[in-house]
Design a binder for this molecule. Structure first.
Ligand code: PLP
Length: 355
């Protein structure tokens, strides 16, 4: 590959139309189901110029070719559908719930065998790759924020003959570029940090492997889990500031993790040292966790993550969350409000717990 521009430059400058007099600076929303015959696009389920702008930005950031999907789960299920019947998939014990749910459903139907691993145990994860067709990685994991040694696991998985997928939603290509670390495929919920404003559902697959690209493109055409042009446009617009938002929120997350660690109502803090996500547990257990999420004014009690708005939730309020996730674990998604205002709001809520 030729040397890439820095992520900040790619985020702003990639995917723009050619600089010609009167051309718009950025790709407009193209609402079209049909294109005039004889070109590359032909039909709106095959291609769309607004998707292409999004795919160019994300592809250049990750160092591969990207394809947009209707949601993160459309991207996840497309990749899992590439696995041959009867094959073994290695997956993390903790990961995005939808991914784990889909894998469990496929296993119950006899389509795949799932081998779950603790990603922080590199030797055990590599050992589990033996005879596997696919190794699904997520790092940091949702919601435990465990970090995997990606280069070592990817190398071990390849030595065992398995393909490797990394869900890069939490780190974003600003902080981690899994294809450069050897991964075969990256998936994203662009709903989260890439779009960044809690107003879009969108997903993506990125790969350098032409065979995988062709296979997933074919699936997109035939299954039709395509992105809406408006969503692709909003996500591209969001990515223009991805580096600024990640950088700013990451600093706030580090500050908040430090403050939280010294508050008496907080029993433990998880922060991987990078990224915009923090998870905490409470001296007063799950009752304190529930009380906290109702006691703030800036922090919003909501699921999902990665927007400019700071949000948090007690993950075990979802009955399908694995029981190995502590009952009192609250996951915080740090937005781009002022960090001192965020801490003041959290601190008054923590002070009010009085356990
Ligand atoms: C949200 C999320 C998904 C699923 O994405 P949707 O856009 O909600 O379909 C997949 N992986 C991770 C890590 C997520 O956070």
């Amino acid at each position: 590959m030729t040397e890439r521009l820095s992520p900040a430059t790619i985020a702003v400058a990639a995917g723009r139309p050619a600089q010609e007099p009167d051309a718009p600076l950025n790709a407009p929303v193209t609402l079209a189901s049909v294109f005039v015959a004889g070109g590359e696009r032909e039909y709106g389920r095959y291609a769309n110029p607004t998707w292409e702008a999004f795919e160019t930005v994300l592809g250049e950031l990750e160092g591969g070719r990207a394809l947009a999907y209707a949601s993160g789960m459309a991207a996840v299920s497309t990749v899992l559908d590439l696995v041959a019947p009867g094959a073994t998939v290695v997956a993390p014990q903790h990961a995005y719930l939808g991914t784990l749910h889909l894998l469990a459903t496929k296993e119950r139907r006899g389509e795949v065998t799932v081998r779950q691993v603790d990603l922080t145990d590199t030797a055990a994860t590599v050992a589990a790759c033996d005879d596997a067709a696919l190794v699904w990685l997520e790092s940091p994991t949702n919601p435990m924020l465990e970090v995997a040694d990606l280069p070592a696991i990817i190398e071990g998985a390849h030595a065992a003959g398995a393909r490797v997928v990394v869900d890069n939603t939490f780190a974003t290509p600003i902080l981690q570029q899994p294809l450069d670390l050897g991964a075969d495929v990256v998936v994203h919920s662009a709903t989260k940090l890439l779009s960044g404003h809690a107003d879009v559902l969108l997903g993506a697959i990125v790969t350098r492997d032409p065979e995988i690209y062709q296979a997933v493109d074919e699936q997109r055409r035939m299954k039709g889990a395509i992105a809406g042009p408006m969503e692709a446009w909003l996500a591209t617009r969001g990515m223009r500031t991805l580096h600024l938002r990640v950088d700013y929120a990451q600093r706030s997350a580090a500050f908040l993790a430090e403050q939280l660690a010294s508050h008496p109502e907080v029993r433990s803090v998880r922060f991987p040292g990078y990224g915009t996500m923090v998870a905490i547990q409470f001296a007063g257990g799950s009752a304190a966790a529930d009380k906290l999420t109702g006691a703030t004014s800036i922090w919003v009690h909501a699921t999902s993550l990665g927007g400019v708005e700071s949000t948090f939730e007690r993950r075990r309020r979802w009955s399908s969350e694995p029981s190995t996730v502590p009952d009192d674990l609250v996951r915080l998604s740090v937005g781009v409000e002022d960090m001192h205002d965020l801490w003041a709001d959290l601190r008054q809520a923590l002070d009010s717990l009085g356990s």
